[in-house]
Ligand binder design. Structure first.
Ligand SMILES: [Cu+2]
Length: 280
């Protein structure tokens, strides 16, 4: 009796969790309330789509298994009307065993296909695009734009999203244009760090003596939070940066301000477009 009661409660709790997760997705109003920030690059969209694909498969499996479990609990419970029934004993059912082997194999193959398709898309660096170097150190970042001749460090800037009343937080900007492939060369100068921008779907280790690569292509202008994602010391939790995505006119202005600051000639917009591998 107690065992049955416990399994009933467990089954109900599982079912409730699944319904809660499913309805949260529907009513939250956010694109990805289950932990993803709203994707702002094709890389992040690919990751979110892969997640959703696997998530809904697990929801269907969960509901089916819970359904059969609940049916069995109610249908075969001990009842005063039916009295005590003797349990039927049987084993082996070839058609059933074939079906419950083939269906999971198909599901596993589908998940593998989808996951590897996404992985190859994320890992293959695009030919066209602008290279940006990210250099991590305890406890900040430097961003350099070698294709544009901008290699000097930029000053930290106050950032509203990370500031609270009375405490203004200063972070570095990684400035990129909307719609261009940004190829990141990520490294570190002291200890292990990690370059992580959730809304762009990029995360890669920053390792001293080694250059790692990720790429993204920002779809909308704005400010997007980035942070170090590898415990790197006392102020690791403070190691934020801001990805500032500019529209194309503001981008040309920014490039030339930085070039003039670095003692270089301004670059014509067409030449900047060639570097970015897009049209302006
Ligand atoms: Cu760090």
């Amino acid at each position: 009796m107690i065992t049955r009661f416990v399994s009933l409660v467990a089954a109900l709790m599982l079912a409730a969790t699944q319904v809660a997760i499913a309805t949260e997705m529907k009513f939250d109003g956010l694109a990805h309330p289950l932990g993803f920030q709203t994707p702002n690059s094709s890389v992040a969209t690919t990751i979110a789509e892969t997640y959703d694909f696997i998530f809904w498969i697990t929801v269907v499996i969960g509901l089916l298994v819970e359904g059969v479990l609940l049916y069995a609990i109610f249908r075969f419970r001990r009842s005063s009307k039916r009295g005590v029934e003797k349990a039927k004993k049987f084993s082996h059912n070839t058609p059933l065993e074939i079906v419950w082997t083939i269906i999971p194999v198909i599901i596993c193959l589908a998940i593998t296909w989808k996951a590897y398709e996404a992985l190859f898309y994320l890992k293959r660096m695009p030919e066209k695009g602008m290279t940006v170097e990210a250099i991590a150190y305890q406890f900040n970042w430097d961003f350099r734009y070698p294709d544009l001749g901008i290699t000097g460090a930029e000053a930290d800037k106050p950032h509203a999203e990370l500031s609270s009343a009375g405490v203004e937080r200063y972070v570095k900007d990684l400035v990129v244009p909307v719609g261009a492939n940004i190829k990141m060369d990520v490294t570190a100068v002291d200890v292990l760090h990690a370059f992580f921008v959730p809304s762009m779907g990029v995360k890669v280790d920053a390792i001293p003596g080694r250059v790692n690569h990720v790429w993204f292509n920002a779809e909308r202008p704005g400010d997007y939070i980035g942070q170090c994602a590898e415990l790197c010391g006392g102020a690791h939790g403070e190691m934020f940066f801001n990805v500032k995505v500019l529209d194309k006119a503001d981008w040309v202005k920014w490039v030339n301000t930085r070039r003039v600051e670095s003692g270089l000639q301004p670059m014509p917009a067409a030449e900047i477009a060639t570097v970015m591998g897009t049209t302006l």
